[in-house]
Ligand binder design. Sequence first.
Ligand code: SAM
Length: 211
Amino acid sequence: MDQTSIEAYILSHMDEEGELLSGLCRDANVNLLRPRMLSGHLQGRILKMFCRMLAPRRVLEIGTYTAYATLCMAEGLADDALIHTVEINDEMEDFIQKYLSCSPDREKIKVHFGDAMELIPTFDELFDLVFIDADKRLYSDYYDLVFPKVRKGGLILADNTLWDGKVLEKPMASDKQTIGILEFNEKIKNDRRVEKVILPLRDGLTMIWKK
Ligand SMILES: C[S@@+](CC[C@H](N)C(=O)[O-])C[C@H]1O[C@@H](n2cnc3c(N)ncnc32)[C@H](O)[C@@H]1O
């Protein structure tokens, strides 16, 4: 099966991403260094669908980048729900604000600039949904830090957990990102406090449900 054609078929038979997000993607592809980091059409609609199904009141995203995924999740949230999203690179602020200011969901989004490792302990919230999508070397640390702040029955999503298939190879000692993902996947596998499934979506999306 031709994966590119199948993906094109899927995208043409599901909800569109809309003008704001397709404009954001074009802008990112022209003006940003690593546009592939943003979630994109398919994963974005899935994140929105998760929010529709779970109806979370409090969401945490670790790794905002362009706010593409943030905007997708916000679309699926109730009017009085809130997403805290954390981004270490404050050079993204103008880009993020350009799109948030045009979104009807902007009131549901609070962007925090800084290191998630420092900011997560300062959040006085119990989260219903967490999306981990920042530094792959730190996935286990983000998980440990955020776990007490996730309510029982809450869901943690972790992106890129198949890491372009590199999880199947023995990593070089210098490849800290692959090592970080491998450690995280082992940690989740052995964590009896949660139920977990890896979706083979895009680069791997792990769903972790807190018992
Ligand atoms: C893959 S991108 C996020 C993509 C976005 N979640 C989406 O799906 O559209 C990862 C982002 O995490 C940020 N990041 C890396 N380490 C971080 C940290 N310790 N705290 C907060 N953000 C971090 C990077 O600057 C980058 O913008």
